[in-house]
Design a protein around this ligand. Sequence first.
Ligand SMILES: Cc1cc2nc3c(=O)[nH]c(=O)nc-3n(C[C@H](O)[C@H](O)[C@H](O)COP(=O)(O)OP(=O)(O)OC[C@H]3O[C@@H](n4cnc5c(N)ncnc54)[C@H](O)[C@@H]3O)c2cc1C
Length: 410
Amino acid sequence: MAAREISVDVVIFGGGAAGLWLLDDLHRAGYCTLLLEKHALGSGQTVASQGIIHGGLKYALSGKFTRSADAVKSLPTRWRQCLEGRATPDLRLTRLRSMHCHLWSTESLRSMLGMFAASHALTVRPTSIYRDEWPEALKQIRGNVMKLNEQVISPQSFIAELASQHHDRLLKLTDRMSFRFSTTPAGVMAINLDDPDRSHALCINTDHVVFAAGEGNQYLRELAGLPAEAMQRRPVQMILARGPLPPLTGHCIDGRRTRVTITTDRDSQGRIVWQIGGQVSEDGVGMSREELVMHTIKELQSTIPGITLDGVEWTTYTVNKAEGKQKGGRRPVGEVVLHENNVFTVWPTKLVLAPAASQRVMHLLPDARTTPGQRQIVYDQLADWPRPDVASPPWETAEQWISVNSATRV
Ligand SMILES: Cc1cc2nc3c(=O)[nH]c(=O)nc-3n(C[C@H](O)[C@H](O)[C@H](O)COP(=O)(O)OP(=O)(O)OC[C@H]3O[C@@H](n4cnc5c(N)ncnc54)[C@H](O)[C@@H]3O)c2cc1C
């Protein structure tokens, strides 16, 4: 099959938070960049995430105050500016699920001490609020409730907004296509794409390649001849609850752990949905769906006294957090960026760290070689290429919702 050849500065694999943020930075800096997406944009971790723009709470609780953890603290400000249209990328159309999170403790001493640690160690400190300002769901708490300046976004709308700004640069890799890399000792020189549905193959010559495919980075690294054991996975089983629930966004702190982290959204039918993570989602690994739902109900009854769960439906979904490998499988405290020949591999570790990962790559790149005219020719040549969709939130795709009304009274 004859091949059409194009030349670009950078090819990114994967259109989650990391890939799309980097695409935006590179495009603004004048690089001719294409992003190849195998599934839907944001599938994997980003759209499945809770969307909290973390300001370091977890590091404060675990006592891991390193330089990287310090870096996290400045990033919520950057995100805030983007969400207000005062910095790039322009995220003014990204929907905010909540302007802030609440932190609360139960009556236990450990829980109270956790709150105390969080309120003293954080730079963006939680502030005490009067009881009449407490969210409805937490009115019967005997411990303490505080407000933390962490915004919560709808990750799907964030991905959709970036996708709409970069339509010309996003290419879908359909299931019928096959691709291989042309490699030399200097790295990946070209990506060769065969599509039985087209009259010609496509050869993309590139100066640099970025793997930003989350869990998919392992496969891409193997294909490029790079050591595959650079990645670790941390599975979590998240819980979804929908129905007559009060809006609630925040973390129940217990010593060094967040026992539950709850974020609220509405599904396409207008029902309230709670996405529940934190310790319960880690406990849930290896449990059956039913076991985890029962465990979560007990945790909610113990951390939110007086909560009514009648008429609520439940399900769970499992997703792997993909991270750069750490000694002993520990959690990385910051973004991980590997630079091998002309190939970068990025794992932001957290949504909030996507701008930091992008900056790390940008600093290591030489200036763009293409001219604005050449860039336009490339995008024009690909005008008829299929474009990827944006992934749906987990509650729109989840099946097997469970009703456990009798169990809610245990
Ligand atoms: C349940 C959960 C909750 C979370 N909550 C938060 C939170 O509240 N706040 C926070 O800051 N962080 C949170 N995180 C972490 C955060 O979501 C991730 O660190 C971040 O989204 C990772 O983005 P990414 O772009 O690297 O990967 P992903 O979002 O996984 O995106 C990878 C993309 O690459 C594509 N892809 C895969 N293979 C290929 C291939 N071969 N070729 C081309 N494309 C490919 C995928 O389809 C996908 O679109 C959470 C994570 C999880 C799992």
